[in-house]
Write a protein that binds this ligand. Structure first.
Ligand code: ZN
Length: 552
């Protein structure tokens, strides 16, 4: 048994968690967590709401409420979404907990004492009209690299990090007043000191990462890492533990500054594990028998392939480091960028309530944006639901159950062809899941569904009821295939698996090494019900046309 940490990036709690987020990285994290639980590993799946980012304060000002009220309003909706989508976090916490604050301050002080943090004066955006410093995200201007309008800090179009002084024509996002750069003292992370470590880390871990993730990370390391400020002039965020800082290391106006969100939110992986497991958290952070998986969108790449491992190593050289960084591209919706304000969005809860849990999970997984951005379209959703789930999968289950309804399942061995096919598919499926290749995983069990349909059509047992040996052979083969499919869909299609097992009166909750003997055991337990119901239904054109109209 291995300890498996499943760490999903912390979404901002600003009310904008749509199917692009859930499909992009939360569902993949859940599939991998469920897989490791099924094979008997000790899984800890953690994440939480990122409460301190400027997306939260912007939302607060827009609605004339406090950032804390934004957190209180949207945090429960995150929990509801995960419940609805059956995303099985062991803990989904918040960055406002005292436990998280303590852990962040502990890491901050360790890095300061270990010489990785220094103080420096720098220029920061300042609004003379409002007489205050503005965090980068409150400032917009023209990107010096692609010349498009963006928030400061990181370009929303080309994802490049923008130095404050390089942003052209900066104005306040809220008031549109021009802003200037003004001197202020802050703590900086000295990334230069971590470069040697990071080169080794990259060389020893990159084989677990996708090619494009490797090359983007390499580009960051090749260009050399500059110091970056880890505090900001603002009042919403984690306080700097000034009472524990030596006099000579204090910065001016320290009580008006907070630890910057990109530095503290990632520490949530560690603090959430502590919150959940107390002292047992060491199983996932100071134990060689542990593998850490991280899931996120591409905008989070550098914070996880470069900064987070370096933060951890600077904190404690014995701590576990991220093993697999599963980074995805983005979802578009009908060819457009998701945007809540422009109405280009789909609510997770609406999707599941209207079309079903498995239909939603299946579609999002089957178009997982692994190597390119992918495009959610309603027509494609309709087609995959109708053709793959309803016609291929649903009908297969129905045909097998109805065809053999009046016959006892024979106590005999399946044919070698079927044993080989099932073993081979399970191997492929496991390999895909080990490598976090979600689309290949989906293709893996779908190919067994296709095979089973063809097998049943070729054998055509309904034409051949007189040859009882052959009829029985086909029947036992079909039940082996059915149970194999039921087992292999478990990390993704929760309700379908349950419906199949309900009709057979069996209950499978794990994956045994030997799938053939696991199937055999369960076939002996089958007590079929007379009530055979379809597990999916078709989506009609009218319904889909309504969805498309809503977006226009
Ligand atoms: Zn740009």
């Amino acid at each position: 048994m291995k300890n498996i940490l499943i760490a999903a990036a912390w979404p901002y709690v600003n009310g904008d968690l749509h199917v692009g987020h859930t499909g992009g990285y939360l569902l993949p994290a859940d599939i991998i967590a469920k897989y490791h639980r099924l094979i008997g590993n000790n899984v800890c799946m953690v994440s939480g709401a990122d409460c301190h980012g400027t997306p939260v304060t912007v939302e607060a000002e827009k609605n004339n409420i406090s950032p804390q009220e934004v957190v209180d309003k949207y945090y429960p909706t995150h929990l509801e979404i995960f419940k609805k989508l059956n995303i099985s976090f062991d803990i989904y916490t918040k960055t406002t907990t005292q436990n998280h604050i303590n852990t962040v301050q502990e890491v901050f002080l360790a890095l300061l004492n270990n010489g990785f943090i220094f103080k420096r004066s720098s220029f920061q955006f300042f609004s003379e009209k409002e007489n205050k410093f503005l965090p980068d995200r409150y400032v917009q201007g023209i990107c010096p690299f692609c010349n498009k309008l963006t928030s400061a800090d990181q370009c929303e179009n080309c994802n490049k990090i923008i130095e404050a002084s390089d942003l052209k024509e900066p104005v306040s996002k809220l008031t549109k007043n021009p802003v200037i750069l003004k001197d202020t003292e802050h703590y900086y992370m000295d990334w230069k000191k971590t470069e040697g470590f990071l080169k080794t880390y990259f060389d020893t871990h990159k084989d677990n990462w996708k090619d494009w993730v490797q090359s983007e990370t390499k580009a960051w390391l090749d260009q050399g890492l500059l110091p970056r400020p880890i505090t900001r002039d603002m009042d919403w965020g984690i306080e700097i533990p000034k009472n524990k800082i030596p006099e000579n290391l204090l910065i001016e106006n320290i009580e008006n500054k907070r630890i910057y969100v990109w530095f503290e939110a990632v520490i949530g992986y560690l603090s959430a594990t502590k919150e959940l497991l107390k002292n047992k958290y060491v199983d996932f952070w100071f134990n060689e028998n542990c593998k850490q998986y991280y899931f996120m969108g591409k905008d989070n790449l550098v914070f996880h392939t470069v900064f987070w491992p370096a933060q951890l190593h600077s904190f404690n050289t014995d701590i576990n480091l991220p093993d697999v960084l599963s980074i995805n591209n983005f979802f578009n919706l009908e060819g457009k960028k998701f945007s809540k304000s422009k109405g280009v969005t789909i609510s997770n809860i609406y999707m599941v309530d209207t079309y079903g849990l498995d239909q939603t999970r299946f579609y999002l997984a089957s178009i997982s944006p692994e190597n390119n951005d992918s495009n959610f379209t309603w027509k494609d959703f309709q087609q995959k639901t109708n053709d793959v789930l309803n016609s291929n999968f649903g009908n297969l289950v129905n045909r097998i159950l109805k065809l053999f309804k009046d016959y006892d399942i024979p106590n005999m061995e399946p044919s070698n062809e079927i044993i080989e096919k099932i073993k081979e598919t399970k191997e492929k499926v496991c390999l895909s899941l080990e490598k976090v290749e979600i689309k290949n995983y989906v293709n893996g069990f779908c190919s067994l569904i296709d095979f089973s349909n063809k097998y049943l059509s070729i054998k055509a047992p309904w034409k051949n009821k007189e040859n009882i040996d052959e009829f029985n052979q086909t029947m036992i083969d079909c039940f082996y295939l059915l149970i194999a499919i039921d087992i292999l869909i478990k990390p993704l299609l929760i309700e379908s698996s349950k419906k199949i097992e309900d009709m057979l009166n069996i209950n499978i909750s794990n994956w045994e090494d030997d799938i053939i003997s696991q199937i055999k055991e369960n076939i002996l337990k089958i007590k079929r019900k007379d009530d055979i119901r379809p597990i999916f239904s078709r989506i009609e054109d009218d319904q889909i046309n309504i969805e498309i109209e809503k977006l226009n």
